[in-house]
Design a protein around this ligand. Structure first.
Ligand code: GYE
Length: 334
């Protein structure tokens, strides 16, 4: 996995600046050349990047936004335009169209859902503006619509969660409920698939599964519904920490002990989740690393310098049980 180093950043900035000096006409927000091919940053070497974020739905998202805003700074040669889509695809499409109209140098975004992007990505391509996907994938047959996709392997995350569940609980006849992420989002689709395939050989059975939209509030409400509808829930698989934290509140309100009466497995490993794991309220967390800013900065500079970039950059994730969470917590970055 490529990580930005100071030397590489400086080199990329220098080569990008040389390229701009050769080819670009002047404009405040950067100028396209070549009628649909290359894009150059402005003469001053500042890279204008338009970023359309999913929303502010979770602790993971907050850490991801911070990483992007802390990395794509003026000191690092960026003019970051940032917008929050509040988990709505139409807002993201609007933001991308506005970045195209502003002739930014690069557009980056984390697609709220997988499908429905071809038209707007084609518009960016026609305008000669490269697009970089971060965090979530698009489902498109045309891979030329984006330069690179940086993010975790969500199927693997679901598998890691399911494998641990099967190792720990197979043979107990556990009844599980699943709190899914946002309907149609890559991490919701992939984590569900990964978990299901990993528990397939065990006697763990998923008796109910609904979306909690990756938020703590909806995780709590959906868990309340599960507890009302089912007498015997042994295990919760939540597609992120926040929904698991919402489920903890619902379980406690129902007079049960999370982590004991009902076991909980989540994904993300952000601070609040790790604290609940260390406190014994969650049983296992698969990490999803949100610190994508440095990779985004690195890839952006390479793309603008005309360098080859990898189409897919997979971010590596770990997993934590309760003992590992206690050990890791004091030095966690997010
Ligand atoms: O797991 C969740 C967030 O796309 C990987 O989105 C991301 C997910 C993350 O809301 O907490």
């Amino acid at each position: 996995m490529a990580r930005t180093t100071l030397t590489r950043t400086v080199l990329a900035a220098v080569s990008a600046a040389a390229l701009f000096a050769l080819g670009a006409c002047s404009s405040d927000a950067g100028t396209q050349t070549g009628g649909g091919g290359e894009t150059n940053a402005a003469d001053d070497g500042v890279i204008t990047l338009g970023f359309s974020q999913v929303g502010a739905e979770s602790g993971w998202r907050a850490a991801n936004t911070k990483s992007i805003q802390d990395t794509l700074t003026a000191e690092n040669g960026f003019d970051l335009k940032f917008s929050d889509a509040q988990q709505k695809q139409e807002n993201q499409i609007q933001a991308i169209r506005s970045y195209i109209a502003q002739q930014v140098d690069v557009i980056a975004f984390s697609p709220v859902v997988e499908t429905g992007w071809d038209a707007v990505l084609q518009e960016a391509k026609d305008a000669g503006i490269p697009v970089i996907l971060t965090d979530r994938a698009v489902d498109s047959s045309d891979e030329t619509l984006y330069e690179s996709f940086i993010g975790s392997d969500f199927v693997l995350e679901g598998e890691m969660a399911g494998q641990w569940a099967a190792e720990q609980y197979d043979g107990e006849g556990y009844q599980a409920v699943e709190l899914q992420g946002t309907t149609g989002a890559a991490p919701a689709i992939d984590r569900k698939d990964g978990f299901e395939s990993a528990i397939a050989g065990s006697d763990i059975e998923i008796i109910d599964s609904q979306t909690g939209n990756f938020t703590r509030a909806e995780g709590k409400t959906v868990m309340e519904g599960f507890l009302n509808a089912h007498d015997d829930i042994d295990l919760v698989f939540a597609h992120n920490d926040d929904m698991g934290l919402g489920a903890i509140e619902a379980i406690e309100a129902a007079g049960m002990t999370p982590g004991e009466d009902i076991k909980i497995i989540t994904i993300d490993a952000v601070k609040d989740g790790m604290q609940a794991l260390a406190d014994g309220k969650i049983n296992y967390i698969v990490e999803c690393n949100p610190l994508l800013g440095p990779d985004l900065a690195d890839i952006t500079k390479k793309v603008l310098a005309g360098e080859e970039v990898e189409k897919r950059i997979v971010v590596k994730d770990e997993a934590f049980d309760q003992a590992a969470a206690k050990e890791a917590l004091p030095t966690r970055e997010y």
